[in-house]
Design a protein around this ligand. Structure first.
Ligand SMILES: Cc1cc2nc3c(=O)[nH]c(=O)nc-3n(C[C@H](O)[C@H](O)[C@H](O)COP(=O)(O)OP(=O)(O)OC[C@H]3O[C@@H](n4cnc5c(N)ncnc54)[C@H](O)[C@@H]3O)c2cc1C
Length: 306
């Protein structure tokens, strides 16, 4: 199942592959320790950037900010702060953007965010707020010359009438200044390649970076997939079938599945990957190793404590 040594890979090693890692702000001290252990473990892989998500309606505003600030202060990594425009006025969002610029953040992942009532509810922009991710992207660029990444959807956004309408929105985000699009996660590489063809046929040339989610917990990830309109192929369910109470085997299967997906993409010439780490490093580290990444010496910045 893993890449055979005879397979003709298009990538040659570290110099050819760019990775980024996404984390979320944890709620407990124990989870916070896991987060920082994971960041430290992945740091030597020299990612292009690591991003920190922003909770619905700004619910993690302070925690996202604190993590991003600590990344800047204590690591060699380049942070990207996610930002949404749900439940906030332009002034409130602009204040967050300015704060990020002032502490040295130069990259924002601009998102509309999900409706306050949850995915599937009708999205209503906040009066006086940014109306969607394209509008937010323009607002960010008006505050300061940030690098802006945005989201895109190989299986279309659940609210979108069609893939083409969804690509119209991607165009709007690019016109507003986005220079990279990170995909919603997907499990069938053909879905990604079909989408990539359609995006390129529409004249979009910015990097479309596949978002990869290692399946630590099949039930949990299936739940995420259902909410986000991502299809879960039967063969994938079959691979995890009967493993609910067998964590060890599940973990090995998850590693094999993720490795197969990523190597399949790399074999078709994909060189950039964004990993939804779910704050865990082990599978992502192993997959990056398979991609040819090797730890580089990092000189951690002076820790706040020392
Ligand atoms: C890589 C990635 C990171 C994410 N990080 C976070 C995070 O940190 N915090 C969080 O809360 N959520 C996050 N999300 C989820 C995201 O907020 C939701 O998917 C949200 O529902 C849409 O956000 P968007 O930025 O894609 O919105 P937009 O691009 O504004 O819109 C999404 C879709 O809605 C439709 N649409 C929007 N406006 C219009 C319009 N004017 N006319 C017609 N159609 C329109 C289009 O189909 C469009 O593709 C992330 C998603 C991805 C893929």
């Amino acid at each position: 199942m893993l890449a055979s040594p005879n397979r003709k890979s298009r990538f040659l090693g570290h110099g050819d592959i760019d990775v980024s890692f996404e984390f979320f702000p944890p709620k407990t001290e124990a989870m916070d320790e896991t987060l920082w252990r994971s960041i430290r473990r992945l740091e030597p892989l020299n990612p292009n950037f690591i991003s920190v998500t922003y909770g619905a309606g700004g619910s993690t505003r302070e925690r996202t900010h604190a993590i991003v600030a600590r990344i800047l202060k204590e690591t060699c990594l380049t942070p990207a702060a996610h930002l949404t425009c749900v439940d906030a006025t332009r002034e409130e969002v602009n204040a967050v953007i300015k704060e990020y610029w002032d502490i040295g953040v130069r990259h924002i992942v601009a998102l509309r965010g999900d409706p306050a009532g949850g995915v599937g509810q009708l999205y209503t922009p906040t009066p006086g707020g940014y109306i969607n991710a394209a509008d937010l992207t323009a607002g960010i660029k008006a505050v300061a010359p940030f690098e802006v990444s945005v989201a895109c959807y190989p299986e279309k956004h659940p609210e979108s009438p069609s893939v083409d309408a969804d690509i119209d929105m991607l165009w709007a985000k690019i016109d507003a200044g986005a220079i990279r699009a990170i995909t919603q996660f997907f499990f069938d590489n053909e879905v990604f390649f079909r989408y990539l063809d359609r995006v390129r046929a529409r004249g979009i040339t910015i990097p479309i970076v596949p978002g990869i989610i290692p399946i630590h917990n099949f039930r949990q990830v299936s739940g995420f997939a259902l909410k986000s309109g991502t299809s879960v192929p039967d063969w994938l369910g079959h691979r995890f079938d009967g493993l609910d109470n067998d964590q060890e085997t599940r973990h090995l299967v998850a590693a094999a599945v993720a490795a197969e997906q990523v190597m399949g993409l790399a074999d078709q010439g994909i060189t950039e990957f964004h990993f939804y780490t779910l704050n865990r490093a082990d599978l992502v580290y192993a997959i990056c190793h398979l991609l040819g990444l090797r730890p580089v010496a990092t000189e951690a910045k002076a820790r706040a404590a020392s």
